[in-house]
Design a protein around this ligand. Structure first.
Ligand SMILES: NC(=O)c1ccc[n+]([C@@H]2O[C@H](COP(=O)([O-])OP(=O)(O)OC[C@H]3O[C@@H](n4cnc5c(N)ncnc54)[C@H](OP(=O)(O)O)[C@@H]3O)[C@@H](O)[C@H]2O)c1
Length: 293
């Protein structure tokens, strides 16, 4: 089916996404997946180019999870672990090649969708699509995040961090809350950071946005409790973990990805509200709390 240029104007994204359902039914199935390319002809750039995942065949005993930010670091490790633990796993991120690489490791377990979580007008479409492909959803884990040392206080560095860690994060949390509320069960897990407990002159937006995430999750926990919803909402706060995100000098107690992922998985199984990774960071958290008083 040809794409109609009229769909793309300055409100191109929303118009294009409203046409997505139409496109999906019109595009030809190819080996269980449908290739969809939408181009923004005005700005002469591609808005989205992706493969709509094929639907999974699931058995009742299989759980379904989505890992946001599964292209690297803790998200990638966790996605692998969940697949080995008999989950069907939806994996996301912006780097399609890394998602494809992961999918090749265990094609029966993974279904992938490339998207940028700051593309908030389309978050529901992406999430509904991935959930549909998985045949439902029991667990959503938000592992994505960004942040940079910003000694010069460059606003655009701060904005990028806010877009991902606040705006995209909130859109994903809200989608999950509504979805789980409707089905009356589900688990939302987000990786925040010990950094959210204290300000930082080196990376002001990173620490501030992590603080926002911590408080936002607290708000959702209260909301679920008040409405007597059987939802589990967990806040995982790592110290330093050996990934690209561990930036700056003087890092200490740096955990391996493997160790962090094992502890992350244990916390998910126990449905704990707050977990520090590794455990010794809970002492630092206590110190921060004492200092702030
Ligand atoms: N490593 C640490 O020391 C440490 C400590 C405390 C907390 N954390 C938190 O742990 C979480 C995981 O980070 P990590 O350490 O595993 O680092 P990482 O390897 O850099 O992983 C970050 C993930 O976020 C995804 N992401 C970033 N921007 C995105 C966007 N706009 N849209 C969609 N996905 C996006 C990346 O995927 P793409 O680039 O493919 O989009 C990647 O998969 C982050 O929230 C981080 O703040 C890390």
């Amino acid at each position: 089916m040809d794409l109609c240029p009229d769909w793309f104007n300055d409100v191109g994204n929303s118009l294009a996404y409203s046409k997505l359902a139409e496109l999906e039914s019109c595009n030809k199935e190819s080996g269980g997946s449908t290739e969809i390319r939408i181009e923004n002809t005005l700005m002469n750039k591609i808005i989205i180019s992706r493969t709509v995942p094929a639907k999974f065949t699931t058995t009742n005993s299989m759980k379904r999870a989505i890992v946001i930010g599964a292209t690297s670091g803790m998200g990638r490790g966790l996605a692998r672990l969940l697949a080995n633990e008999n989950y069907n796993v939806g994996i996301t991120g912006r780097r399609t090649n890394l998602l494809d690489e992961l999918k090749r490791e265990n094609p029966d377990r993974f279904v992938s969708l490339t998207f940028d979580m700051t593309d908030i007008s389309a978050i529901s479409t992406y999430m509904n699509e991935l959930t549909k492909a998985l045949g439902g959803l029991d667990l959503l884990i938000i592992c994505s995040g960004t942040g940079d040392i910003n000694e010069k206080l460059d606003f655009w560095i701060e904005k990028k961090t806010i877009d991902v860690n606040v705006t995209g994060f909130t859109a994903l949390c809200d989608w999950a809350f509504h979805y789980f509320e409707q089905q009356q069960h589900g688990q939302l897990v987000a990786i925040t950071s010990i950094a959210g407990l204290i300000g930082s002159r080196h990376a002001p937006a990173y620490n501030a946005t992590k603080s926002y995430q911590i408080k936002y999750l607290e708000g959702l926990q209260q909301k679920a409790k008040k409405a007597k919803l059987p939802l589990s909402i967990s806040d995982i706060r790592p110290g330093f973990v050996d990934t690209a995100m561990a930036k700056g000098d003087g890092l200490f107690w740096v955990a391996s990805i493997d160790k962090a992922v094992q502890q992350l998985y244990r916390a998910i199984k126990r449905k704990r509200k707050i977990t520090y990774i590794t455990k010794r960071w809970s002492i630092v958290a206590l110190l921060f709390r004492l200092l702030s008083h």
